[in-house]
Design a protein around this ligand. Structure first.
Ligand code: ZN
Length: 412
């Protein structure tokens, strides 16, 4: 693909600055970048969301269909419904890999590991906590120090291995942990056999440049062990920070459809994978043309409405109202790129236009009349504008079919 084609293709027109050498020289993008989806586990932690087992299976099947290879199924050793899902995924012969978490109670770990393996889970997440407040909250004992946590890493990983499990090191609240302790924990984890490392920005408390720095510091310790990131959106930076992690070498990202999750939610799957593909040229293996379908399914199952101005999947993303935008949408064969960075079909959406208070200059009306082969329109322009204004004053906008009805009335 030539440089030119990277930023201007049949389907998108983005900034050539994205591919400037001065920008690219700061990156250390890995060969393979993939998604671990958490729409089930984090999704159900969204206040007010409850999925039945059937809902969960419908979502997992759709995720598998669009190319997601890995999902978080939750605390399956402690929550029966989460175990049922993990088990059902394997019973149905789905290919998607399942990840679960151990709880914060070490006394239960033997039992939890065995339960997880009973559901043929692919990865067992061992969550390490390195901040004193969280340690005291989880253990109920103010004497449990980060050093104690570091010391039990080998024992726990040995335990997971003993039962035949594959461990992933979940670094809880990594961004608010002491970086030296965090590195020490990861070194110990890798030495004792973890197959992946996942860093959590548990309350979205880290800006993208600081995420870049953290990945740069930790990536060399991980070597060939895949490094992942899980980011919450408390400051609206989860998409940017997830991408910042990939720029510096993170291989996988924990993402959630429709940005569901605790509080302000998690990094949005649709925003991250579309940005990576179009702005960076990174293929995560996700079929982008099915993103809208997936998003609507999760909207239905979760009961959480997609905001209309949500990037990628929101209704307004391909709905044009203002004068110049409507003009480019009417003449989309030639001018589709003037007011959109990528075509609707790229993400499975359908472009629409409406006439509203900002579409009454006259040129958009003219374009539409010409499209309908209404040559005499100028004689009726004031009447047409008047009719449009009347409808807009009552119901805020006029749809394209409503506009066509008005034209046909004068055209006859
Ligand atoms: Zn989280």
């Amino acid at each position: 693909m030539s440089e030119y084609n990277r930023w201007f293709t049949d389907n998108w027109w983005i900034s050539p600055l994205n591919f400037s050498e001065n920008v690219l020289e700061d990156f250390n993008i890995p060969k393979n970048v993939y998604v671990r989806d958490s729409t089930i586990r984090e999704g159900e932690e969204t206040p007010g969301v409850y999925y039945t087992l059937e809902d969960k299976i419908d979502i997992v099947e759709k995720l598998e269909e669009i190319g997601v290879g890995d999902i978080d199924v939750g605390y399956i050793g402690r929550v029966q419904e989460q175990w049922d899902l993990a088990n059902k995924i394997k019973e149905l012969g789905l290919k998607i890999k399942t990840y679960c978490h151990l709880s914060s109670n070490p006394i239960k770990w033997d039992e939890e590991i065995q339960k997880a393996l009973g559901a043929k889970v692919d990865y067992i997440g061992y969550g390490i906590v390195l901040t004193p407040w969280q340690l005291e909250l989880f253990t109920g004992d103010s004497r449990v120090s980060p050093q104690v946590m570091l010391n039990i890493i080998p024992l726990t990983l040995r335990k997971i291995r003993k039962y035949g499990g594959t461990a992933i090191l979940d670094c809880v609240d990594a961004t608010r942990s002491d970086l030296t302790l965090l590195k020490d924990a990861i070194r110990r984890g890798i030495k004792h056999g973890v197959k992946k490392v996942l860093l959590y920005d548990t309350v979205g408390a880290c800006h993208p440049r600081a995420i870049s720095y953290m990945i740069k510091e930790i990536k060399p310790i991980c070597g060939d062990i895949p490094l992942g990131i899980h980011i919450h959106d408390d400051f609206g930076l989860a998409t940017a920070s997830s991408i910042a992690a990939v720029e510096q070498g993170a291989e996988f990202m924990d993402l959630v459809v429709n940005q569901l999750g605790d509080r302000a939610g998690n990094a949005s799957l649709e925003e991250v994978v579309v940005s990576l593909k179009i702005l960076y040229g990174i293929d995560t293996g996700i079929d982008l043309s099915k993103l809208y379908e997936l998003s609507k399914l999760v909207e239905e199952k979760s009961g959480i409405k997609i905001p209309p101005n949500k990037p990628v999947v929101g209704e307004n993303t391909f709905l044009h109202e203002s004068e110049l935008h409507v003009m480019s949408a009417i003449k989309k064969d030639k001018f589709w790129m003037c007011f959109t960075p990528y075509k609707d079909k790229v993400v499975g959406q359908k472009e629409q236009l409406i006439f509203g208070p900002t579409t009454l200059h006259g040129d958009a009306i003219r374009f539409k009349c010409e499209e309908l082969k209404f040559d005499e329109y100028e004689k009726y322009l004031n009447n047409i504008k008047h009719e449009l204004r009347l409808i807009i004053s009552k119901k805020k906008f006029v749809t394209e079919p409503e506009f066509e009805q008005i034209i046909l009335k004068y055209k006859k």
